[in-house]
Design a protein around this ligand. Sequence first.
Ligand SMILES: C[S@@+](CC[C@H](N)C(=O)[O-])C[C@H]1O[C@@H](n2cnc3c(N)ncnc32)[C@H](O)[C@@H]1O
Length: 265
Amino acid sequence: MSRKVPTSTAGSKKAATMIYPEYFARFYDLIYHRVRDGVDNTFYLDRVRKTTGKVLEVGVGTGRLFVEALTNGADIYGIDISPAMIGIVTGKLDSNQKKRISRQNIIDFILPHKFSLILAPFRVFMHLTTKKEQLNALNNVYDHLSPGGEFIFDAFIPDLNLLLNGTSNVTDFDEEFEPGNRVKRTVTSRPDLLNQVLNITFTMEWNEGGKIFRKDWNTIMRYFFRFELEHLVERSEFRKYKILGDFEGNELDQSSREFIVVCKK
Ligand SMILES: C[S@@+](CC[C@H](N)C(=O)[O-])C[C@H]1O[C@@H](n2cnc3c(N)ncnc32)[C@H](O)[C@@H]1O
């Protein structure tokens, strides 16, 4: 279904890529099974387990959540825009299950199913930098939900110190990925308050075959404040939604660090 979404050029400049590069995809599981699983996987996998009907993970990545959901018996599908991430998740699937994954963008994907639950776990929505992309994404997801179906996505609540100062060369991972070979990741983020984005550089350094490799990936994350998120959802086709403050399902309060947006068709 095509809809007219109001447009504005503000914030539409693309200075970096949202496509996850091969060297990032390669070490993604090593890093994020360690640093993210304890935070969100119980929440998302429980929602999948309680769902009758088809599930879609948008921004399925390497299948950090998808593979366990599928193994648990979910009728789950996945889309992602990054070929390297898709390469990893499909590499984990039996050949008859690979068709569950396709390379598509949340803003205009087309699938021949209606879903009871659509998830965009771990900051997928923060990769959408313009209002047009965000609204197209919400409305396209809405069109793919069955009546009563839910769309759940998360975003971090901005840390004002980070927005003021950014970060410079913070090492957030440094471990062996195979005997004798290490991978180190450092992160630099430069806030752009006008466009409400963090310009992030992930630097991956690893040694292999007696050589040292180093790659920089520049990407962007669009951050949200609470009432902007509320206005955004209210401009979309969704009429019912709530925003939780953590992955235990608690309401937003002063101690919340997460926006978990649950939209219902
Ligand atoms: C941080 S990863 C999260 C992966 C997975 N959901 C997880 O929880 O581990 C974000 C993923 O979203 C994908 N992505 C970014 N923008 C997207 C878009 N517009 N449509 C679909 N996928 C997107 C990226 O390629 C990446 O694989």
